[in-house]
Design a protein around this ligand. Sequence first.
Ligand code: NAD
Length: 278
Amino acid sequence: MTQMNYTDNVIRVAIIANGKYQSKRVASKLFAVFRDDPDFYLTKKKPDVVISIGGDGMLLSAFHMYENELDSVRFVGIHTGHLGFYTDYRDFEIDKLIENLREDKGDKVSYPILKIVLTLENGRIIKARALNEATIKRIEKTMVADVYINNVRFESFRGDGMSISTPTGSTAYNKSLGGAILHPTIEALQLTEISSLNNLVFRTVGSSLIIPKEEMIEIVPQRTGIYTVSVDNKTYNLKNVVKAQYYIDSEKIHFVSTPSHTSFWERVQDAFIGELDS
Ligand code: NAD
């Protein structure tokens, strides 16, 4: 756990909520409290703390709204459903959140994010950041691509596509694809196949790969056509992707450190296992 430095004692707070009735209700309550409190300043511009109200999807949207200010922003997630992976508070714990923010000293918990660099045939370069994962797929026909790990040609992939996930994204799409769950303090990327073709002629490794932070993943499509590229909750159709490179970003996402923070494994158990028989 490390600390953010404030230049004054006022915390600049942005509140972002999804359209659900319960989220709007929570947002109204927080607005009312912070508006009359001299320790807080409500603003969407250059906030110190971004409070996202909704679920993991809402936190992903909040991340992308402030992805160019990651060095100065900390996030807090409030879940208006059951406990999420990026949400430390439930909607009935708002008083606890307000109390914790009043006593806040700038403590933060930080997790790695993904940097994506796409090169198109026309020379255009597209850069993006992902909190969960990025995928690349060829929808119209089988995707054929060379996969390089740290500039070493590792395999020739045939199938629907590939996913590259962050540690915190490992419990999302990556898990549905059969990838491993990675503790978010492990700074690594996970490369997971999407429906690879494996027979006597074509061969891929078949397991998801955990790639350390110093190494880069490069996917080089071998056929022209439209590639469907996703970055978290956004999808783009791009013509003739020449190469797609994936790194751990030099920035991280920072969350406000919460005294009652639920452990990662408890969240995994809560989301995927549920109550155990006694
Ligand atoms: P969405 O509405 O389709 O919801 C996807 C589900 O994933 C929600 O239940 C959400 O709470 C959950 N989720 C999001 N991030 C998570 C995380 N890090 N760990 C565990 N669960 C998580 O879309 P959304 O809410 O905008 O979320 C976008 C995400 O959906 C993508 O980043 C991708 O990971 C995931 N997704 C999953 C599949 C799949 O599992 N087959 C397919 C497409 C996208």
